[in-house]
Design a protein around this ligand. Structure first.
Ligand code: FES
Length: 153
């Protein structure tokens, strides 16, 4: 029997009316991550100014509704923020902003967090700078999922 998944109103809103869909030409940073288990892929583009502020942010997601909603929310949450602030964006914060996600969809929010980190990493590489706390991106978040699970959740 298939499982019925219930989404919050906010998830449905960001899924049916996603913000910041698209690409940025000559982005300051671009990050692509996927999850081999479900096959979903997310790409995030950043336009970062000389003060390290994210002026614009776009995404392209080939994946489930929760992946689209988390990409949309994550881009909204980092727009106008500094690189350092964007690095602090957690999948938990994205989930909370969306009014929660069903347990089987938690990994979709990890994709959003990782895609942002991957784009920041690309930006740092291009600029030849290092951003404290930023680690190299992974292509398949499925490999790192255990790492992200917060004890007690
Ligand atoms: Fe894998 Fe949503 S089902 S990202």
């Amino acid at each position: 029997m298939s499982q019925v998944i219930e989404y919050s109103e906010k998830v449905m809103d960001h899924f049916t009316n996603p913000r910041n869909v698209g690409e940025i030409e000559n982005p300051s940073g671009v990050g692509t991550v996927g999850n081999a288990k479900c096959g979903d892929i997310m790409r995030i583009y950043l336009d970062i100014d000389e003060n390290n502020i994210i002026n614009d942010c776009k995404f392209k997601t080939f994946g489930c509704g929760a992946a689209v909603a988390t990409s949309s929310m994550a881009t909204e949450m980092i727009k106008g923020k500094s690189v350092e602030e964007a690095l602090k964006l957690t999948n938990k914060a994205v989930q909370e902003a969306l009014g929660g996600l069903p347990p089987v969809k938690i990994h979709c929010s990890l994709l959003a967090e990782e895609a942002v980190h991957a784009a920041l990493w690309d930006f740092a590489q291009k600029k030849g700078i290092s951003i404290e706390g930023l680690r190299p991106p992974v292509n398949d978040i499925d490999e790192t999922e255990a790492f992200y699970e917060t004890p007690g959740e």
